[in-house]
Ligand binder design. Structure first.
Ligand code: G4P
Length: 523
């Protein structure tokens, strides 16, 4: 008998891991895949990590494919749940795609280096997730090293991110003296120096360890018990409703590298993380995750760098119904019907043809130019349109021109298409109409240049104008004399005026000079 759609949907857990580079995202992902039985050996993901290679290597890797594409979505089963981890690349391959990926998940896991606390990239990604109002789980990593006191780390969540932290487990010792983890949620202790099931010791009724356990007489264990008393009394109270809205984050401690605390985290995560729920569509209607008709939206398009085949992969987040190969869907933007014959589901080790993707799953569609980022597709009679994906404020800017003035046509065509696709953002100098590109990560420029050449035969010249702070201004208040080289006046693709400030200092200077002018950060 085929499983009911609702049961399948309820098994899905779709999330992304957000972190600052080096906090341990790759390492923890790998451990999760080990638990899921997808890989057999640590180091598999690591070997493919997009760490320090130059951009040209990235192009090469993209050409060979299978790598960044397959690691974009990792799927595995754990305790009867189907887990989808969506990758959010860091380092140089950080791009708007990274942000948009966060639009396609139902929860996020924030990995923090417990010696460093909250770092800038975590903060940026957190902001995007928080706006969505989805659950955020926190994993304080690298407990095997001397880090900051757990209470400080939790306090920092509230101070820097404005989210309440609620401890789900608590370290026993730390760094050199790390002995274990007091697992409040599952009422057991995870020992640090043990492997297998032996490492878990159930707590007694009164929340301590049986006398026969060596650790029960350890002064560090006593200290942990004191801490637990303290957080129970003075700490935040576990509140599922707050967690669901992203106002409170369950906090877990561990060491991904030594596979400590990771399973304890995963066990609670699959219980607490939400299954896919309904989406708001058509400007206010509700689309249930188990609605029998298929619907989904495209949140990312990955170009195939092979110049002989101009195909790309469009990543679809399934929001309702069931995806089957050969399905006819309507593209909401154009009303065109498209048969989806060529689709892939993502596994960590290989790409396989999709058979039963339901709400929560991600499907990769081979695209020959039909799709744009943010597109809605649906199979039923009812038209389904998802809300527009947000645009993200760029921080890096480049002036761009066509190298060959005779090739303006292909330059403009490529530029328009890539901007529409969401690969990069386009601005124009308010007075001269010169083109300025904006991105959140350097790699977006490189990819833009490469694709202009390969797909549109247009060689471009780019001059960096560096990091800038983009702030939109109310058009009614605009006075052209406000613009100078430190605060460049430009317009976005909808002709809205904005300033690109040289730095935050220049922005503050401007604000002091023109206190009545309203500046807004779009996000
Ligand atoms: P990222 O994806 O967030 O960028 O981080 P990644 O997992 O690559 O981890 C960054 C570095 O931190 C790696 O060391 C990794 O081994 C180490 N690491 C991750 N988790 C832990 C942990 O729990 N404890 C300790 N002590 N280290 C951890 P590396 O030296 O950059 O790489 P490698 O030479 O070890 O491969």
């Amino acid at each position: 008998m085929t499983e009911k759609l609702i049961d399948k949907v309820n098994k899905r857990r779709t999330f992304a891991i957000i972190s600052h580079p080096d906090a341990g995202k790759t390492t923890i992902t790998e451990q999760l895949l080990l638990f899921g039985g997808v890989i057999r050996q640590a180091g598999t993901v690591k070997a493919r990590k997009t760490g320090n290679y130059a951009t040209s290597d990235w192009m090469e890797i993209e050409k060979q494919r299978g790598i960044s594409v397959t690691s974009s979505v990792m799927q595995f089963e754990y305790e009867g749940k189907r887990i989808n981890i969506l990758d959010t690349p860091g380092h140089q391959d950080f791009s708007e795609d990274t942000y948009r990926t966060l639009m396609a998940v139902d929860a996020a896991v924030m990995v923090i280096d417990s010696a460093k606390g909250i770092e800038p990239q975590t903060k940026k990604l957190f902001k995007v997730v928080k706006k969505r109002g989805i659950p955020i789980f926190t994993f304080m990593n690298k407990l095997d090293r001397d880090g900051r006191p757990p209470l400080d780390l939790i306090a920092e969540l509230e101070e820097l991110l404005g989210i309440e932290g609620v401890a789900m487990d608590w370290p026993i010792g730390s760094g050199q003296t790390l002995k274990g983890l007091y697992d409040i949620a599952n009422k057991r202790v995870e020992l640090y120096h043990k492997d297998g099931e032996d490492r878990f010791i159930p707590l007694t009724e009164d929340g301590t360890l049986p006398d026969s356990e060596e650790l029960s007489h350890d002064p560090q264990f006593e200290e942990t018990l004191d801490d637990i008393d303290l957080i129970k009394e003075a700490g935040n109270t576990f509140d599922l409703e707050k967690i669901a809205k992203g106002d409170q984050t369950p906090v877990f401690f561990g060491s991904a590298l030594t596979n400590f605390g990771v399973e304890t985290f995963l066990k609670s995560f699959v219980d607490l993380a939400p299954a896919p729920s309904s989406h708001e569509v058509n400007g206010g209607e509700e689309l249930a995750a188990d609605d029998p008709s298929f619907a989904g939206f495209i949140f990312k398009i990955q170009a195939n760098m092979n110049p002989h085949h101009r195909d790309r992969i469009a990543f679809v987040r399934v929001a309702s119904g069931e995806f089957n190969r050969g399905l006819d869907v309507t593209l909401a933007r154009t009303g065109k019907t498209i048969r989806l014959n060529n689709a892939t589901e993502f596994m960590s080790s290989e790409r396989v043809q999709v058979n039963d993707a339901v709400a929560g799953d991600i499907v990769g569609l081979y695209d020959t130019g039909n799709f744009q980022i943010g597109d809605s597709i649906y199979s039923g009679k009812r038209k389904v349109e998802f809300p527009e994906l947000p645009e993200f404020t760029p921080e890096l800017f480049m002036r761009v021109t066509a190298k060959n003035v005779m090739k303006q046509k292909s330059f403009h065509k490529g530029m328009n298409q890539l901007v529409q696709e969401g690969a990069i953002q386009l601005y124009k100098n308010y007075q001269t109409d010169d083109y300025i590109l904006g991105a959140v990560g350097q790699l977006q420029f490189e990819v833009f240049k490469f694709r202009m050449m390969n797909e549109y035969n247009s060689e471009v010249e780019m001059t960096p104008i560096g990091h800038r702070v983009a702030r939109w201004i109310n058009p009614d208040q605009l006075d052209l004399s406000m613009s100078n080289s430190r605060n460049l006046l430009v317009k976005d693709r909808y002709d809205n005026p904005l300033f690109l400030f040289e730095n935050e200092f220049a922005e503050r200077f401007f604000k002091d000079k023109y206190p009545d002018i309203e500046l807004s950060e779009k996000l």
